[in-house]
Ligand binder design. Structure first.
Ligand code: F6R
Length: 261
């Protein structure tokens, strides 16, 4: 796992966007795995800017989002489909028919999970998967103790996740208690992974993910086994790391791309 520490989340998001934009320019029909949440909002703004000002072309791109709340329709303003439309898709020249978010309101959710896996395979697999990190170490909505080999499935949200995300639903009672999520096995098949984690609330999860044992209690630790995973942190999320000699504080403007191929 390659760990890059930036001064602040803004810099981290711009770096993340650069990595994705580089893939799009190299492979115009790339398959992107996308995440929602507070962390990547700035990254999506940067991709929109690159589209508007630097001709970044999404016309042949296919996307697969990590997850969706069970029971929410795509029109619900807290659904992840809605989030993606608002933060990225409606601002760029992507073909909406090539954007995939699990259907949290499917009549048969197990069939939806199987179908989602089949669609990823039919698209040729994911070239770059973007991830955030939950305070409890989750990736996608793979909460602690799930199988590290899981495929797209339905997960019960943990107390921590319910508490962290309830505010946007007004209260906990109106928040879904389950989500459809790519499994850890699904995520690990992406050819390249970029995980962003910023802020003091992520210190513990970052320590467990990078320096803890590979263990299902910290789903993010699975990335230790990935051949091409880049973790982008900021000073505050990296504050608990011990082996700092191995990590790099870098100015993303000085990155050479060869280093990240
Ligand atoms: C979102 C997702 C989650 C979030 C994580 C961090 O699609 O899969 O794993 O990345 O919960 O959320 P934020 O970014 O809101 O701290």
């Amino acid at each position: 796992m390659e760990v890059i520490i930036q001064d602040n989340p803004e810099e981290g998001c711009i770096l993340g966007a650069k990595i994705i934009a580089k893939k799009i320019r190299e492979k115009p029909d790339a398959v992107l795995g996308l995440a929602t949440g507070r962390t990547p909002e700035r990254l999506y703004r940067e991709l929109v800017r690159l589209h508007r000002e630097e001709d970044l072309d999404f016309s042949q791109i296919t996307t697969f989002n990590l997850d969706e709340y069970v029971g929410l329709s795509p029109e619900h303003d807290q659904s992840y489909r809605y989030f993606m439309n608002e933060h990225l898709f409606r601002h760029i020249n992507i073909d909406l028919a090539k954007t995939n978010v699990p259907a949290g309101n499917a009549a048969d959710l197990h069939a939806e999970c199987r179908d989602y896996e089949a669609r990823i395979t039919a698209a040729g697999g994911i070239d770059v998967q973007l991830l955030g990190l939950g305070r409890n170490g989750h990736i996608g909505f793979n909460e602690p103790t799930g199988s590290l080999r899981s495929r797209t499935w339905i997960k019960i949200l943990s107390e921590q996740t319910l508490n962290d995300n309830a505010a946007v639903f007004g209260n906990r009672d109106s928040m879904p208690k389950h989500a459809v999520t790519m499994g850890i096995g699904t995520i690990m098949e992406a050819r390249q992974i970029v995980l962003l984690a910023f802020g003091p609330a992520k210190v513990r999860a970052v320590m467990d993910m990078i320096e803890g044992p590979l263990a299902a209690v910290c789903p993010g630790s699975a990335l230790q086994e990935h051949p091409r995973a880049t973790v982008v942190l900021d000073d505050s999320s990296a504050a608990g790391l011990r082996y700092t000699d191995h990590y790099r504080w870098v100015d993303h403007n000085k990155l050479t791309w060869q280093r990240y191929d």
